[in-house]
Structure formats: structure tokens, C-alpha cells
Design a protein around this ligand. Structure first.
Ligand code: AMP
Length: 553
């Protein structure tokens, strides 16, 4: 485990991506298959592979207790050190120094401990096993074990770089590694296959979810048109949850974006899929939907994560699957066929509700694209996806074959009420702001959201000084501050929320800029939030999805 920690430390110490890949590939190349499987997975910052349904079920509190009791330090001291690092792994390394009895510990032993922690039922047995594991580690190794358990290594190593390192370690083209990774949904398995030279036979197997193709963001229609070379294929971008549907004659399964099975949450979709008459793999978006209209995301949330859906909930929140891609049909994987053909085959299925087709249009100028975008927003949808009709299906967002065009719904002037210490690059500065609007009726400020600032490093540093001087209550990680700083906040949507006193939460908020020209008296009232909510999300949105199926290109 120490060797893993040293490698991760070296990866963190360089900002050069090339160097990160070189360090990691040198390490991976030296491992046997069993260690390689674990190390590759852990380097993506997760204890179990992406397609493994297990989770440790271990909250931050358990980690705090385990590390805290081993360290013998009181909670003030633990808190003080935590604040210095704002990272559970770095914190654990410092407070555990001299308080463990390090024994050589292999990756396999750590892997076995993760499995036991997962399998232990109840907080106390989990904690006992965690204590045992941490107690035998060198603090430098404990640091990374804690980071893996917290699902975040923070060493500047995105999944794409781990794929590159696997390719470099075993002399395979990156495209081959990505493809195997897409199909297996498991970077550990991918690395093991790469090591054994068994990458050729990888193909779609129904009921093994594959990784999803994602989109890169573009700022506006002009940039979008430049990227797509003057002619855009657009699809409406629906605000629901991503879904992969696998079907054979005897079985149907649905999977979420993180490759978890979600069949039980959407029984009406699964049952309808049984009648389809084809073996297939569909990619699409699940939406709450009734009488041809999309219901709010808030409604859909009531269906998410359910193991059983009551008849009452089925009735109250019916769902549809808006299909936009077909990746397998009757024995034939379609990943390498151009989107144009995949869409043609998808339309040929003549899907019936609860299956619908994503609305499709083309645009050949930025002005036309703006018009399509405006109409999409009128129908209550989030924005547009722009897809290259000649593109094959590739996972991740790197390829630029899919672009997404969203735009803030509006901006609001809000006042900052609380701030939080950042981590990673933002360590040591207050980088996370909670902000409020004015509830005029009750003459008070009510929070509507929280966001990392989009301010410059200089502004953040200045504001950190300001907030420290204007702290009213110091909760350690979070400081409540004098409400004297006005910020302009952009957001994409508004949701009802019991979390904030306002009753609303802005979705995907970004702090666009400071408004030193405004005082807290000038901020937007709660009534403005209510009005936007009613206008765009009140009742049901206007999308008549029954009409979305458009003829293809
Ligand atoms: P974002 O979550 O903003 O990164 O946008 C990507 C997500 O948009 C995808 O993962 C899908 O869940 C969703 N989406 C909605 N409509 C579409 C569409 N027509 N094509 C692809 N993705 C879509």
C-alpha cells in the first residue's frame, strides 16, 4: 500500500499530465493482475469498480471517529488540523503520525478490508474493522486509504489519464483502452485485460451496462456552429435522469448514469419494454410525464432510488423514456455505426409510449440555432444537444462529437450569508458561498442556494479577508457572515426545496461576479424567485412530448 501511496503522491506532485501518466504507467506495469485490478480502480478514486453495486456505506462521521480515536487527539485539535488541510486524507496522515503500528500491508489486504467493511452490518462492526485497518497502516498509506474511502483522491488524475496510463503501461492505443473500459464499465478489469493482451474480443453484452457518452459544454450558438462546422444536428436536452435499457426476449434491465440498476424504480418502463419484440440496448432520458406534458424534476425525484414503487406513486408520477440512441439491435452491436444510421434504426422500431423519441432538428446558422434554442426553452426544456451525425458512440465527453448548449435561465442579485473553506486548489480560502434573497413580507433574508465562486483568485483572496473580518458565527468549516456582500448568481433552473427557508433552491448556480455597486437593500426579493418559478416551472411545463418524434435526417 505504501508503494501505491508513493505513486499517488508523485502523481500529485507534478502538474504535467504527461508526467502523471508516465509515473502511473511505470507503477501499473510492475503489478500482477490481482494488484493491478485494485490499483487501477483506486487510482480513479473509488474503492469498488464503477459497475460494482457495492458501496462502503461509511459516512464522514465514521471516518472522523475512527481516525480521531486512533490519534488520541481531542475534537478541537482534530478540527484545527482539518481546517488546515480541508482534505480527509491529508488530515488523517497528520493526526495519525506516530499513532499507528505500521505493518507491511498489501493491496490485497486493503481490498479485503474494504470488502469486510462493506459487508459488516451496522455502524459499530464497520467502525471496528475500519479501526483495525487504519491501525496497521503507515500514516502515509492511511492518507490514501482514507481518500479512496472518501471517493476522492485529489491528485489531479481524471479517469482519462488513468486510461492513458493503462495504454502506456501495456503498449496499447488509447482508443482500445477506452473502448474496453466503455464496454466493461470497470477500469480494473480493463487494465487486467490490457495486461493480458485480451482487448480484441470486447463487445456489448446485454445486462452489462456500458459507460455513457457525454457532451462537452459550449458557451453560445456562435461557438457551437464553429465547432460543428456550419451545420448542426440538434436534439432537445431533457432535464430528467439518464437511462440505459437492456432487453432480450426474457429479461429487461434499466441502468443509471453511474451504472446502477434502476429497473425497480421504473416498473412501467420495464414492463412495456417486454413487449418490444427486439433484443436491444437503448440510451435515453427518463422524465416524469403525464398527458403529453413533462412534470417537474422535483416530481421525478420522488421516483428515484426506489426499490418498490407504490401504485399511488405510479399514478401520481408516471414516467416515460425519451430514447435518443440505439446501441445494439437483435444480435448486432451498433457502436461503430454513425449516429445517422443508429437514429434511422431507432426510428424504425416505431416505439410506442412510454417510449418516445428525442425531438430532432437541424440548423445551419447561429441565428437559426438561437431560434431552435429559444423554442426549446419555451417548451420548458433545458437546452440543446448538438451531435455529429457521422460520430460513433464513444464514452465520456472528450470526443466533442456531442456538445451541449445550455444558458442561464436568469441571474439574480443575492447577498452572501455564509461561506465555506475550499479544498484542493482552493485550500486556505473561503471559496464556497451560500446566498439569500429578501423575503419582503417577513423582512428577513432567506437562502436560495450555495455555489463555488466563479470569481478570480485575486477576488477570492480579497473576499476571504473580508469575510474573516465579518464573521458572525464560526462553525469551523462554515462561517456565518454579515450579509453585506452582493453577488450576481446565474442558474439554469429553480426547484422547490425544503432545505432552504425560502422554499426554493436554484439549480446549477454560478456566482458570476461581485456587485460592489449594490447594497443588500438592492438584492432581488423572494417574489422574483417565485415569479420565475411560476413562469418556467409552475404547474407542468409546456413540452408536448407526444409530438416529439420527428422524422430523422
Ligand atoms: P449534463 O448533465 O448537463 O452534463 O448534460 C448531459 C446529460 O443530458 C446526459 O447525461 C443526459 O442525461 C441528458 N440529456 C438530455 N437530453 C439528451 C439528449 N437528447 N441527448 C443526450 N443526452 C441528453
Amino acid at each position: 500500500m505504501l508503494e501505491f501511496a508513493r505513486t499517488a503522491g508523485a502523481v500529485a506532485a507534478t502538474t504535467s499530465k504527461l508526467e502523471k501518466v508516465r509515473i502511473l504507467s511505470d507503477y501499473l506495469r510492475r503489478l500482477d493482475a490481482a494488484d493491478l485490478r485494485l490499483a487501477a480502480t483506486w487510482m480513479t478514486g473509488r474503492p469498488f469498480s464503477l459497475n460494482d453495486p457495492r458501496t462502503l456505506q461509511l459516512g464522514g462521521r465514521a471516518m472522523w471517529n475512527a481516525v480521531g480515536s486512533l490519534s488520541g487527539k481531542d475534537s478541537d485539535e482534530l478540527g484545527r488540523v482539518y481546517l488546515k488541510h480541508s482534505d480527509p486524507g491529508d488530515w488523517a496522515e497528520e493526526v495519525l503520525a506516530g499513532h499507528t503500528e505500521p505493518r507491511p500491508t498489501s493491496l490485497q489486504e486493503v481490498g479485503a478490508a474494504f470488502a469486510e467493511i462493506e459487508a459488516a452490518s451496522g455502524a459499530a462492526p464497520k467502525l471496528a474493522r475500519l479501526n483495525e485497518l487504519l491501525g496497521r497502516l503507515d500514516p502515509a498509506a492511511a492518507k490514501y486509504v482514507v481518500k479512496i474511502m472518501a471517493n476522492d483522491l485529489r491528485i489531479g488524475l481524471q479517469e482519462g489519464l488513468v486510461e492513458e496510463a493503462v495504454g502506456a503501461a501495456f503498449e496499447l492505443p488509447l482508443a482500445t483502452v477506452k473502448r474496453v473500459h466503455m464496454l466493461t464499465g470497470d477500469i480494473g478489469e480493463t487494465a487486467v485485460r490490457a495486461r493480458a493482451g485480451e482487448t480484441e474480443g470486447a463487445t456489448i453484452e446485454l445486462f452489462k451496462p456500458i459507460r455513457f457518452m457525454l457532451a462537452a459544454a459550449v458557451a453560445d450558438a456562435t461557438e457551437a456552429m464553429q465547432r460543428v462546422g456550419g451545420r448542426a444536428w440538434t436534439e432537445e436536452k431533457y432535464d430528467g435522469v439518464r437511462c440505459q435499457l437492456h432487453r432480450t426476449g426474457s429479461r429487461v434491465a434499466l441502468y443509471s448514469r453511474d451504472l446502477r440498476e434502476t429497473t425497480a424504480a421504473f416498473p412501467e418502463v420495464a414492463e412495456a419494454a417486454e413487449q418490444m419484440g427486439h433484443d436491444l440496448l437503448l440510451d435515453g432520458e427518463i422524465l416524469a410525464h403525464r398527458d403529453g406534458r413533462v412534470l417537474r424534476f422535483f416530481e421525478l425525484q420522488r421516483r428515484l432510488g426506489r426499490k418498490v414503487v407504490s401504485a399511488a406513486l405510479l399514478e401520481a408520477v408516471p414516467v416515460v423514456l425519451v430514447a435518443f440512441d440505439l446501441l445494439y439491435l437483435d444480435g448486432e452491436p451498433l457502436l461503430d455505426r454513425p449516429l445517422r444510421e443508429r437514429r434511422g434504426l431507432l426510428e424504425g422500431l416505431r416505439l410506442k409510449p412510454p417510449f418516445l423519441l428525442a425531438r430532432f432538428e437541424t440548423a445551419s446558422s447561429a441565428a437559426e440555432l438561437d431560434r431552435v434554442f429559444a423554442e426549446t426553452r419555451e417548451r420548458g426544456n433545458e437546452g440543446l444537444m448538438l451531435k455529429d451525425p457521422e460520430s460513433t458512440y464513444t464514452p465520456g465527453r472528450r470526443g466533442l462529437s456531442w456538445l451541449k448548449l445550455k444558458r442561464p435561465l436568469a441571474t439574480l442579485d443575492c447577498v452572501v450569508t455564509a461561506v465555506e473553506w475550499g479544498h484542493g486548489k482552493r485550500r486556505g480560502v473561503l471559496s464556497d458561498y451560500t446566498f439569500a434573497v429578501r423575503d419582503e413580507q417577513n423582512d428577513r433574508l432567506v437562502n436560495v442556494g450555495k455555489a463555488y465562486t466563479g470569481l478570480t483568485d485575486g477576488e477570492i483572496a480579497t473576499m476571504t479577508g473580508h469575510f474573516l473580518e465579518h464573521t458572525v458565527v464560526d462553525h469551523g468549516r462554515v462561517l456565518l457572515v454579515d450579509p453585506d456582500t452582493v453577488v450576481e448568481v446565474a442558474f439554469d433552473s429553480i426547484q422547490r426545496s425544503a432545505r432552504h427557508q425560502s422554499g426554493f433552491a436554484l439549480r446549477f448556480p454560478r456566482i458570476v461576479r461581485l456587485r460592489p455597486d449594490r447594497t443588500p437593500k438592492d438584492i432581488d426579493p423572494l417574489a422574483a424567485v417565485e415569479e420565475l418559478y411560476d413562469r418556467f416551472f409552475g404547474g407542468e411545463s409546456k413540452t408536448a412530448l407526444a409530438e416529439v418524434a420527428e422524422p430523422g435526417p
